[in-house]
Design a protein around this ligand. Structure first.
Ligand SMILES: Nc1ncnc2c1ncn2[C@@H]1O[C@H](COP(=O)(O)OP(=O)(O)OP(=O)(O)O)[C@@H](O)[C@H]1O
Ligand SMILES: O=P(O)(O)OC[C@H]1O[C@H](OP(=O)(O)OP(=O)(O)O)[C@H](O)[C@@H]1O
Length: 204
């Protein structure tokens, strides 16, 4: 049995739709465990930011989670595959009409404090990181922060809150993260999982 920790929410939706198609019954199911006896999978659904914990504790063999979360929570996991779903971009964004200068002391609101710290350190800028759990655009609108480091997909949230992209940092996709110490048998099951995802992506 291969235990897969699949990030609950958007990636859960996209992955399950890809593998099983669209079913109302599945969408309405609130269970956090899904069994697939044909493929010999048990899928568990932690919050995206907790996927790394389940892998670390040996409670899952493999994780499916965004690159954004892996860069923040789990850079130490091997990642043998990335997929073309869950696609967005990590960016620095700020007010559209009153462009902020990226200089020492800049206040950066983000759900990704480690990523933001690293990005500004690489630029040689001393940034003040303000860690928030969500709705980070609001921090700029209320002048709690000068800019944000966040993911952008359609750009609608930025636009509707008076922000624009200052710099694109990296592309984000769903990635596979491998737990430590998995057996050869499970490695083969992981290979089959990667192949099935890629075949289904190419068919769509
Ligand atoms: N437009 C997008 N907004 C947020 N996440 C996206 C987007 N597009 C792709 N993703 C991917 O989906 C993941 C987030 O999924 P989701 O928003 O469902 O989880 P969450 O942030 O834990 O949920 P919530 O914000 O409801 O607490 C991200 O980590 C990212 O990899
Ligand atoms: O470019 P867009 O298509 O508008 O999507 C980007 C928005 O989606 C995400 O937020 P999410 O919906 O996960 O809510 P949160 O801010 O509360 O985490 C992200 O943090 C942006 O706010």
């Amino acid at each position: 049995m291969l235990r897969i920790a699949l990030a609950k929410g958007r990636l859960q939706e996209e992955f399950l739709k890809l593998i099983y198609g669209d079913s109302k019954e599945r969408r309405e199911n609130r269970s956090l465990f899904l069994k697939d006896e044909v493929r010999n999978w048990e899928i568990i659904l932690p919050k995206a930011t907790d996927v790394a914990k389940y892998l670390q504790m040996g409670m899952a063999d493999v994780g499916i989670v965004g690159k954004d979360v892996l860069e923040e929570e789990g850079t130490y996991f091997k990642s043998p595959a990335q997929f073309s779903f869950g696609t967005c971009q990590m960016v620095i964004a700020g007010p559209k009409f009153e462009q902020k200068k990226i200089t020492d002391g800049i206040r950066v609101a983000t759900k990704y404090p480690k990523v933001a710290q690293r990005i500004f350190k690489e630029k040689g800028i001393h940034a003040r990181i303000i860690y928030l759990q969500g709705s980070v655009e609001l921090a700029v609108a209320t002048q709690v922060a000068d800019v944000i480091v966040d993911i952008v997909e359609t750009g609608k949230t930025l636009k509707e809150n008076g922000l624009t992209i200052y710099e694109k940092l990296f592309d984000v996709n769903a990635k596979l993260a491998l737990g430590n110490n998995i057996s050869d048998e499970k490695r083969e099951a992981v290979e089959r999982l990667i192949d099935e995802i890629n075949i289904k992506i190419n068919k769509n």
